[in-house]
Structure formats: structure tokens, C-alpha cells
Ligand binder design. Structure first.
Ligand SMILES: NC(=O)c1ccc[n+]([C@@H]2O[C@H](COP(=O)([O-])OP(=O)(O)OC[C@H]3O[C@@H](n4cnc5c(N)ncnc54)[C@H](OP(=O)(O)O)[C@@H]3O)[C@@H](O)[C@H]2O)c1
Length: 257
């Protein structure tokens, strides 16, 4: 991920996406940032361009609709962008009782995090293979590692991201494409109530550690202590009790992701 390369960041105006954009711009990469709302994107593009002297463009597109991956791919081609780095940070959580969940919202979440993400990976993966390599970073969550009542379909979608990403990390090595998955836990700036933020990493720290791991080709990135805590809980608690414990934890530490 050297200076002069181009990174495409979906969710480029979000907490994680914008910080990925800032740290990659500081390394001298050119950027294309995607989100639905153009105004926040435009402000960020101008700021990064002025601060770091790289080329940054914004692209307003709703990726939670069928065909969005093709639309994005066609648009970046039209703009003459050769994408060397893809970071898929567009996403939102969806919590609630499964039986009462808004199905339209759930469908959009699944399009964004499952179907269209898969197509994005294939489109840009093929380009990277032709270009001789590239880097891909996917955003999953600690929720990917266990069934989580109250966040059932969101956690299941993140398990899909995790599983697909880990398979591709292996499969695409032959094409010199490095794939990593960031299994993020709560961070200091995460929304919602948390009993203690003292031991949580900042978004800056999470992004810095993720980029360092992506540089080294580490497939699964879980910064901070949260992954170790959830692994330990899985070892100590029997499989049947794990969903109950996950529900208890998410209810008492309600974060939005
Ligand atoms: N922050 C955490 O604590 C945490 C923990 C675990 C996992 N994660 C995962 O990390 C990823 C990023 O989280 P975040 O905290 O950075 O989220 P965020 O601050 O809410 O930002 C989300 C970004 O995605 C864009 N976006 C949302 N829906 C979109 C759509 N349909 N099409 C295109 N762009 C869309 C948003 O811009 P617009 O609204 O303008 O479209 C924004 O730029 C998500 O997948 C999340 O599940 C986060």
C-alpha cells in the first residue's frame, strides 16, 4: 500500500471509513470515498486533499440496492481509477427482536453486507488479479463469532463476511491479493452505553493496527482485548449457553455495532 496507489473506501465518511481515509492519505495514497450522502463526503475530500496533497474524490451511491456493486464498478472505470486497495467499511448494525424486525431494513442490511459486498469483491478482485495484486479489507465484528440473540441477522451477516473473507484470504494469495478482515469490537467512540471505556481502543488505534496487519497480510485482525475476552468466554461457557450469554452482554453493554 505504497504512496501513489489508489484506495476505494466504502463508508468513507463513517467513523472507521474516514479514519482509514485519513491514515491512507497520510501515506500518500489517492482515494475514492463512497457513501450515500455527498455533503459530508465532499467536505472530507477537500480536507484530505488540502492536508495531504493527494487526489481524493467522492462518490455518492447507495450500496444497499441490487446492482449497486456493478454501478460502483462501472463508475470507477469511467473515472479511470485503477483500484489497488478496497476497504469495505459501509455498514450499519441492526438490532431488535427477530420477529418484529423491519424486513425492508433487514433486506438492505443483507444487500449491503452480503450480496453486493460479494459482488464488489469479485469485480475488484478480478481487476486486482489483472493488475498483478492488491489489498482488500473487510469489516466484520466480534458478533461474527457467536450467535447473538437480539442482533440475530446482523451477527449472521457478519459471520458471512468473516467466513468469506477468511476463505478469500487463502484463495486469492495466488493472485497476490491480500485479504484481511477486521473483527472490530466496541471502541471508545462507539455509540451506545458501555460500562467502561477505559480499556477500549480509539478508532485511530484500531485503524492504525488494522493497516499494519493488512501490510503484513494478517488475515484476521481483532485489535484490543475484546477478541481474547470473547474467545475465553466461548471456551468457558458451554455452546448451549453461549447465545444466552451473548444476549446478556449485548443488552448490558448496548453498542450499536
Ligand atoms: N464502530 C464500531 O464500534 C464497530 C464495531 C464492530 C463492527 N463495525 C463495523 O464497521 C463498519 C463501519 O462502522 P462505522 O462505525 O464506521 O459506521 P458509521 O460511522 O455508521 O459509518 C457508516 C458509513 O457507511 C456509509 N453507509 C451506510 N449505509 C450505506 C449505504 N447503503 N450505501 C453506501 N454507504 C453507506 C455511511 O454514510 P451515509 O450514511 O452517507 O451513506 C458512513 O460513511 C460497519 O460494517 C460496522 O458494522 C463497527
Amino acid at each position: 500500500m505504497e504512496a501513489g496507489r489508489t484506495a476505494l473506501i466504502t463508508g468513507g465518511s463513517g467513523r472507521l471509513g474516514a479514519e482509514f481515509a485519513r491514515q491512507l492519505a497520510a501515506r500518500g495514497l489517492h482515494l475514492c470515498l463512497v457513501a450515500r450522502r455527498f455533503a459530508p463526503l465532499q467536505d472530507l475530500c477537500q480536507h484530505l486533499q488540502q492536508t495531504y496533497g493527494v487526489h481524493v474524490e467522492g462518490l455518492a451511491l447507495d450500496l444497499a440496492q441490487a446492482g449497486a456493486a456493478d454501478e460502483l464498478h462501472a463508475e470507477t472505470r469511467l473515472r479511470g481509477l485503477a483500484v489497488d486497495v478496497l476497504i469495505h467499511a459501509a455498514g450499519r448494525s441492526l438490532a431488535g427482536d427477530f420477529l418484529d424486525l423491519d424486513e425492508r431494513q433487514e433486506e438492505r442490511m443483507l444487500l449491503l453486507q452480503v450480496l453486493e459486498m460479494t459482488r464488489l469483491l469479485r469485480r475488484y478482485g478480478r481487476d486486482m488479479a489483472e493488475q498483478g495484486g492488491g489489498h482488500i479489507l473487510l469489516l466484520s465484528s466480534l458478533a461474527a463469532f457467536q450467535a447473538t440473540p437480539g442482533w440475530a441477522s446482523y451477527a449472521a451477516a457478519k459471520s458471512y463476511v468473516q467466513s468469506l473473507g477468511e476463505a478469500l484470504a487463502y484463495e486469492l494469495r495466488a493472485q497476490q491479493i491480500i485479504v484481511s478482515i477486521l473483527a472490530a469490537g466496541a471502541m471508545q467512540q462507539s455509540r451506545g452505553l458501555m460500562p467502561s471505556r477505559r480499556n477500549l481502543l480509539t478508532v485511530e488505534e484500531v485503524v492504525q493496527q488494522s493497516l499494519q496487519a493488512l501490510d503484513k497480510g494478517v488475515p484476521v485482525i481483532a485489535p484490543g482485548k475484546s477478541r481474547r475476552a470473547s474467545d475465553l468466554a466461548r471456551r468457558l461457557v458451554s455452546g448451549r449457553l453461549m447465545p444466552a450469554m451473548a444476549q446478556l452482554l449485548t443488552k448490558s453493554t448496548v453498542t450499536r455495532h
